[in-house]
Design a binder for this molecule. Sequence first.
Ligand code: ADP
Ligand code: MG
Length: 815
Amino acid sequence: MAPADGPRSGKQAKTSQRTGNLKRKRVQDDLSSLVQQVEDLDLKGKFESFSDLPLSEPTLSGLTSSHFKTLTDIQSRAISHALKGRDVLGAAKTGSGKTLAFLVPILENLYRRQWSEHDGLGALIISPTRELAIQIFEVLRKIGRYHTFSAGLVIGGKSLREEQERLARMNILVCTPGRMLQHLDQTAFFETHNLQMLVLDEADRIMDMGFQKTVDAIVGHLPPERQTLLFSATQTKKVSDLARLSLQDPEYVSVHETASSATPSKLQQHYVITPLAQKLDTLWSFIRSNLKAKTIVFFSSGKQVRFVYESFRHMQPGIPLLHLHGRQKQGGRFDITTRFSQAQHAVLFSTDVAARGLDFPAVDWVIQADCPEDADTYIHRVGRTARYERDGRAVLFLDPSEEKGMLRRLEHKKVVVERINVKANKQQSIKNQLQNMCFKDPELKYLGQKAFISYVKSIYVQKDKETFKLKELKLDDFAGSLGLPGAPRIKFIKGDDTKERKNAPRATAYASSEEASDDDGEEKKTKKPKEKEVRTKYDRMFERRNQDVLAEHYSKLINDDGTIAEPTKGTADADEGDDFLSVKRRFEAGDEDLDVGGSSDSDSDGGVSVPDAAGEKTEGGAKVVKISDKDTLVIDSKRREKLLKSKKKLLKFKGKGTKLIFDDEGNAHEIYEMEDEEAFKARGDAREQQAKFLAEEAQRTQAADLEDKAVAKQKKREKKEKRKARERELIAEEEREERVAQLAPYEGDRNMADGAYSSEGEDAEVEAPRPSKRAKTQESEEAVPWYKQQKKKPAEEKRIQTLEDLESLATGLLV
Ligand code: ADP
Ligand code: MG
């Protein structure tokens, strides 16, 4: 590092200026030659390794240090087109290296344009999920470590304001659609007019219905004359989609078009026929017989993931279990994916949030416990294994009713699956265990009920009615297999979509008001108009209770707060105005805050009851009960009647009591009691007594005030001392770190060995004064650009432990 004190001698300055000029010229020459090479690049040429492509030194070094040498097919073909500025539609199987096929051109195209901090946002990468965005960002961080671009992650899950400040200075952003749009709409100074490249990873997913509006709005903010790259294993070629992105004469690069299978060649694919009611048995038996494997299990909803995770965890299968769905907090999601990545043996239960793009190392098995909605989803789910030259195995669970339809869909998409059977001697039944667990733990039962409802709903909303036939599923048995005493009732709805209603039998018109999509950014809720209800076979089925297995009270539903909801009457008198229909709960307006105790589940104070006959009258059919001297309660429903059994609950309906104080003899007194008037008069003139009382009280207040002030002062002093001590510690730590790392601030470093990538133009300028220690403390790590930290020890990658680490890295990318 150059000394900060004293001017240099004239000779020294001249030499360094000359060296600087020479260096600058060399870089300029290299750049022009690179530009020329890209221009001359033969698109028909076959490139074996990254060094065969006209790539800049920083990119090549980044690739080499990350151990990437030979190109995969999609990289070999897509990168060359993208380098030349063409729009690319890239299609290649899962795990074939598409990420580098777009990251390398981004780095290169911005590098050749000498993109800098002042040029603003140069490239935007959109990912359908946060997990995938994080992963792309990590790869970018690895291979881009020798570049000077700033890059960031915009995935939501933290304060918008924090992100806003940094965005304006970012060159490359990896984002999820929802959060990105929020910034484009709300963040002042966030300019996108200079954007050169837009990349959609998992493009078909981003272009589909769920993200349609968001993506169109984002694109509306971007300049039309940009380069656009779309990548997916199941690529969209729909003209309307491409028009939405204003693609210009795109190059369709499809490397596996002629392959016999749409899935990786090293992937073994099977399916088993397992009736819905035996699905969990089969899954449990599978897990128990594969304890030394790394497995992902896909379900159709977050509720199912939660139930299976919670119940299997209780049964201790002997392998770590993890679960992932879109409703988890971001920090938790990040921890789970990190843990699963690092685990050697583990089972991850997940929704389709993990179906696309995620590159968990060495996954042995992908189990699809719930049938995927279409063949594309199948392809992406199984693609979590057998990635980049590794092998892997996948098993699809199918209900007999789903077999024909699904196999046809798969065949149509060139997916070859082979039927296998479960070994009868390995199949274990966990139904009884689940029933016991649900019986003992109302929360688990509640999860089971939710899982059931969300499964039924997921089947109902499926578009492919040839595969998903709700009518043919044995729902009662399924409920029993989850440990439930009967199928939770789901209210019927009609009239949501006339077309769909015509196609679907009325009896299958289910939906649940409590279910929301588990997918990021997707909303599947729709409004249902009122309509008169008709009782159907399914209605009656849901009404039936399992009489012999468990007690009657047990079949009641449990409310969100863990209390038991009352059983409802038949559907004939059901609420008709609900938008979405679900498990029926009947709470009168205004009564929602009441705990409703079941007959045998009543609260601890439930034993105390108000005598039934006390003060009862009949008033227009409803009973009026006197619950205290002043208060009465109208009993017009069964639930109100139950209230009478709990003193605690009745308190809510009684008027306010008065506070009494007991003296040493145990006599009750009111807080303020009037003194005997005669005794008061005997003590002298009333005015004098008042003046004396006021004077005494004023003195007491002053004394108390002084004491309070002293305490406050002391506290303030202590706080200040603590703060100072903390500051001292920070400075000491800073100095310690500085001594160890010896990282020079960017502006002052003239002797850096790898200064070739730093801004040479500043060489001859007068050195900026060193920032004071205190200022440094505040800026802390952000003052040292990320690529410099990396440069010193490229081999010793900082281990990212939490999302915060990653975010601080993202901010550290700022130049
Ligand atoms: P895709 O996006 O096509 O599903 P990824 O880009 O996630 O695939 O890459 C899959 C795996 O292959 C990753 O672990 C990645 O590190 C590895 N990989 C990609 N390209 C190469 C390469 N050229 N050489 C070695 N490994 C590679
Ligand atoms: Mg990918």
